[in-house]
Write a protein that binds this ligand. Sequence first.
Ligand SMILES: *Cc1c(COP(=O)(O)O)cnc(C)c1O
Length: 385
Amino acid sequence: MHPISKAIRIQLGPTNEKEHSNPIFMTSSFCYDDAEQMRAVFADEIEQNMYSRFVNPNTKELEQKMAALEGTEAAFATATGMAAIFSCFMSLLKQGDTLLSCNSIFGSTHTVITKYLPKYGIQHKYVPASATEEEWEAAIDPSVKMIYLETPTNPALDILDLEMIGRVAKKHNIIFVVDNAFATPLCQQPVQYGADLVVHSGTKWLDGQGRVLGGVVCGRKELVNEVYLFVRSSGASLSPFNAWILSKSLETLDVRMERHAANALYIAEQLSDHPEIEWLKYPHLSSHPQYAIAKKQMQNGGGLVTFNLKGGLDAGREFLNKLQMLSLTANLGDTRSIASHPASTTHAKLSAEERMKTGITPGLIRISVGLEHRDDILNDILQAL
Ligand SMILES: *Cc1c(COP(=O)(O)O)cnc(C)c1O
């Protein structure tokens, strides 16, 4: 079966009730027939459900679907995207190691890397999103044990070259981890470029309807198992209910992403010459600075569009105030279109200089393009402009 069919057809069960849709296994633990079976399960001699902090049928189903979509041996579900990311760091890095990453990464990931990992003796180095192969090479020393990145970056939508960075990671035998939340596996499969692990915030496009938090780590079995062992002891496990929602959501991910990307391309094309807009970025628009790389590694341009308003900070705030349909909210990857102005909201605590380093100009607007009629989305943006 093709991965998209597996995302629909993988199903644990049915139970004796012969249900068609998978039930939710709201149970914290599982039973044993006798003392001997219980002993063998606890001794890891036989694989069987034990306790939902370890594994649950709903999380297992979600994991198998995600492994199929990302083309990986294994996957493991976590409570949130941040739990997935933090668990990769904690299970695979140790005191004295260095994590090499990029200036442009998700805000909470940046906080974990700069505020918490140093407490455990794990240092970091950042290169700019525009770094060349020589600059990535120059950042490597024997203490670098992991390369961690996101592409497209949030919110600037810069594209990092997965093939080039994967080559650098392989040459130096460094674990290569990619946060694929923005692109989703329907648009980009980082393992094709040598990623050892792919992490997701299920909260975004995977759920796609702004309902639940969740995360997934996909990759080579031995590495995913390390993450699993960390989470099963430390506790950031996904609830069966959220896993059920996310597993159901994956059945429609392909059609949703196709429409999100088509709507986003249309919005980007219609807005690119607007007089109030200084520049606009969309990965599959030929004006994007890394268009060639985006065409190589992304099957579509994704569902996000960013543009910079000529009027800067005040224009950004005014734009948000004038929107009538688009939601003002911190999430992205929803059926409902969302606008955000990072300089006055999510990234307001950074200094102006720090913001510029991550590509956040004062007038930057990020649109998460939803599934409403494309002209309703466009017209709301146009009247606000
Ligand atoms: C939202 C997001 C995260 C964090 O995910 P949560 O589910 O909110 O913990 C990580 N990376 C990226 C790129 C995100 O957009």
